[in-house]
Design a protein around this ligand. Structure first.
Ligand code: ADP
Length: 485
């Protein structure tokens, strides 16, 4: 079976969030699990990406497909060994390192609709005529709004195409664009309707993906249920609950190679569950790196996150003074909303010895924080899956999470005697997260219990094995269904 996996970011070539991690490790896990599956990746060649892959043969010229965008496909290998096509179109994608969707002032690129219509369109072209370059996919796997027009193009161009599955990594990001530009995207006029990709007078790439795909997936079972409700449905709950029979919730896994405390090169001291006592050297180094008081006996709580309301950073910040008063130290690594960044800088200036802060994106520091802290807070208002809580558990750092989405599927409160592996709270409020931190502090003082729960968390299996199996079953089902119809 041949699968084309289309994503707008794939680690380590380009990353702004969890999608990149998943787009690298899930296809790799699928290919490792079943060698009969030829899964190939498609991603734009952003600045610098062409130098990070191994080129395999001559580029395939595509000409001018949208506007002035002259494009070609570069066959290559991802650093993890998977076959890949880079969509090379410097005018669309080479805009400076890391500037995937936003410019340096954090504004959306004005032509994001054209840039990702191009990605979607090329995905659909490979789906239909990939055979000419020796790769005729049986399944098309799209991810998030940036690829949402692929199923719409397939619907428009061909009566019978390979079946398409669309994974929603975050329903909040709609990819909505003004309707006046729609003729430039190459989508037929009649698709701009309620029964299509129109959403409150705009073009919605996300809705296109949901509407025109054969199957939908989310990255955890609980999130799959949640998005059928008004509270979590981001205006699309009706459409999604009407599509329940083609919606699957498959929990993400994590890469045990990238996230392995025993071999992680970013750490001051490697360790594993048999040598958990060594973990403290990472804590000591982290306190010193962030110029915090050298208080090994106080619990250290980390946050590695986009700084947004979705992630609950606003109400967490409001509780920081009380948390520090209660005797914890905190380290935050993240970037995002300007107001939250400013609030954190202010708090840091008030508590320089108790609150460490790094505004920005830093892969190595994220590993050091996850290894060096005692707890990692993930106070999300909603969380499609969440990866950091799983990274934390694997590193013996207990997650403090709100009970929602994938956090609910992976973290069980330590009051549940046999399965507890973290601290869970119910409501997204400063009081609730403060109480959760208080409970974490009490647990921290009970050294035996703390040790046992950390050991349990470290030995949980969050590898991709179970998910890869579920994905392969779904691909097979789609393929069989397609050959019968
Ligand atoms: P989301 O995709 O919603 O941002 P996830 O938890 O699914 O959240 O994935 C976030 C990923 O991005 C994780 O790999 C996390 O370690 C990483 N990450 C988030 N913020 C930063 C940062 N400032 N620096 C380094 N890595 C970060």
């Amino acid at each position: 079976m041949r699968v084309l996996y289309i994503a707008s970011e794939i680690y380590p070539l380009a990353k702004t969030g969890g999608l990149a991690d998943v787009a690298a490790s899930l296809p790799h896990a699928i290919a490792s699990y079943d060698s009969d599956i030829d899964i190939r990746l498609l991603m734009p060649a952003y600045s610098g990406v062409k130098d990070m892959v191994t080129h395999m043969g001559s580029p395939i010229k595509l000409g001018c497909l949208l506007g002035d965008f002259e494009a070609e496909l570069i066959p290559c290998k991802h650093p993890n060994g998977l076959d890949m096509y880079l969509l090379d179109c410097p005018a669309a994608y080479e805009r400076g390192k890391g500037l995937l969707y936003l410019d340096e002032h954090k504004n959306d690129w004005a032509d994001n609709d054209l840039r990702f219509a191009l990605l979607s369109r090329v995905g659909a072209m490979i789906a239909i005529s990939g055979g000419m370059m020796g790769f005729a996919p049986d399944i098309i796997h799209c991810n998030d709004w940036q690829t949402g027009l692929t199923p719409a193009f397939l619907h428009q161009w061909a009566g019978r195409t390979p079946p398409c599955i669309f994974t929603i990594h975050n329903l909040q990001f709609h990819g909505n664009f003004p309707a006046w530009n729609r003729h430039r995207l190459g989508i037929a006029g009649e698709y701009f309707s309620v029964n299509g990709l129109e959403f409150h007078g705009q073009i919605s790439f996300l809705k296109a993906g949901i509407w025109f795909s054969d199957y939908l997936a989310t990255v955890s079972p609980t999130y799959a249920d949640e998005i059928t409700t008004e509270e979590y449905g981001a205006g699309l709950a009706g459409l999604i609950s009407g599509s329940k029979d083609r919606l699957k919730g498959i929990l993400n896994g994590i890469s045990h190679d990238e996230w392995n405390a025993k071999t992680d090169k970013a750490l001051v001291q490697n360790y594993d569950d048999d040598n958990l006592a060594l973990k403290k050297h990472n804590k000591r180094a982290l306190l010193s790196e962030f110029n915090l008081e050298e208080s090994m006996n106080k619990p250290l709580i980390g946050i590695v996150s986009r700084l947004t309301e979705q992630k609950g950073i606003d109400y967490f910040c409001a509780a920081i003074p009380n948390m520090i008063e209660a005797g914890v130290n905190i380290i935050v690594l993240g970037e995002g909303d300007k107001a939250l960044e400013t609030q954190l800088c202010f708090l840091q200036s008030k508590f320089p010895k108790n609150l460490g802060l790094k505004i920005g994106y830093a892969e190595d520091a994220s590993h050091r924080i996850i290894a060096g802290c005692d707890f990692l807070a993930v106070p999300s208002r909603f969380e499609p899956c969440g990866l950091t809580q799983m990274y934390a558990m694997r590193y013996g750092t207990l997650p403090i999470v709100r009970h929602t989405g994938g956090l609910a599927d992976t973290v069980k409160d330590f009051s549940l005697k046999k399965e507890g592996n973290g601290i869970v709270f119910a409501y997204p409020s400063s009081d609730d997260v403060y109480n959760a931190v208080k409970r974490a502090t009490e647990l921290y003082r009970d050294r035996r219990k703390f040790f046992d729960i950390r050991k349990r968390a470290m030995t949980e299996d969050f590898s991709w094995n179970a998910s890869a199996k579920s994905w392969i079953e779904l691909y097979n089902h789609m393929n069989n269904e397609n050959s019968v119809n």
